[in-house]
Design a protein around this ligand. Structure first.
Ligand code: NAP
Length: 248
């Protein structure tokens, strides 16, 4: 099976760092033209663009939780790049706290970026994909949608929302030729998981049947598959990439 995404244009939200960065690299390696979205990591985005070279066709700054910025970003994509074949909704944050200590801004911020951001980007991408009668939307959710951890009520709610949203829009967009799936990463080695990995390394590894943390490459490989012709009969699914964590 050789995946060739030549001629496809992909936009990756939060593409400058962590999982998103590897998704950009892997999509570009498969032949796609990649648009790197970022909100704060200007330097990392520019350095990734130069590392990827010609396949990284743009770096677009936008906070995915702000509709005016998202609208402007997709307007720019339409104007400059004409096509949008693949959207990877990867941007996300955590703000962990126990329920009774959680302040509303901690709840709102996580829901705004993780869930509202996914909605806004999917909405504006779908407009363009519907005109093309084809497209792939890949939402990066989390195993937190299925398996609970203390202090993550806001994050779990946001990612559970992303999974339900994925299913709902997969049904709506299937007749338009747009396939929508979610990936549920387990414990992946990035800045986001660093503190938890340091605090509870032995317990976490004991809960992962494959006995290791995931790498951004493990998630990116599934993104590339879901973006390819080989997944053309898969839509509305939520697929864990977690070393078996959710089945143990
Ligand atoms: P990370 O290293 O902390 O990176 C987060 C990314 O999200 C950054 O590129 C950041 O870009 C972007 N971002 C944050 N707020 C944004 C906003 N308002 N608008 C646009 N981009 C924004 O985290 P990661 O581990 O790579 O996580 C990527 C995704 O995987 C997230 O959705 C996360 O929930 C999910 N996930 C991660 C794990 C894990 O173990 N690491 C597990 C399950 C799910 P800027 O720096 O430019 O703001």
């Amino acid at each position: 099976m050789h995946i060739d995404l030549t001629g496809k244009t992909a936009l990756v939200t939060g593409g400058a760092r962590g999982i998103g960065r590897q998704v950009c690299l892997s999509l570009a390696a498969a032949g796609a033209s990649v648009i790197i979205n970022y909100s704060k990591s200007d330097e990392a985005a520019l350095s990734l663009q130069s590392e990827i070279g010609g396949a990284a066709v743009a770096c677009l700054k936008a906070d995915v939780s702000k509709e005016d910025e998202v609208r402007a970003m997709f307007g720019q994509v339409r104007k400059t790049h004409k096509r949008l074949d693949i959207l990877v909704n990867n941007a996300g944050i955590i703000k962990d706290n126990l329920l009774i200590a959680m302040e509303q801004p901690e709840w709102d911020k996580v829901l705004d970026i993780n869930l509202k951001g996914t909605f806004l980007c999917a909405k504006y991408a779908a407009e363009q994909m519907m005109a093309q009668k084809a497209g792939r939307i890949i939402n990066i959710a989390s195993v937190a949608a299925l398996k609970s951890s203390r202090g993550q009520s806001n994050y779990a709610a946001s990612k559970g929302g992303v999974v339900a949203f994925t299913r709902a829009i997969a049904v709506e967009l299937a007749p338009k030729g747009i396939l929508v799936n979610a990936i549920l990463p387990g414990m992946i080695v990035t800045q986001m998981s660093e503190r938890v990995r340091k605090r509870a390394q032995d317990a976490i590894l004991a809960a992962i049947p494959l006995g290791r943390y995931g790498l951004p490459e493990d998630v990116a490989a599934l993104v590339v598959f879901l973006a390819s012709e080989f997944s053309s009969y898969i839509t509305g699914q939520a697929i864990p990439v977690d070393g078996g964590m959710t089945v143990s």
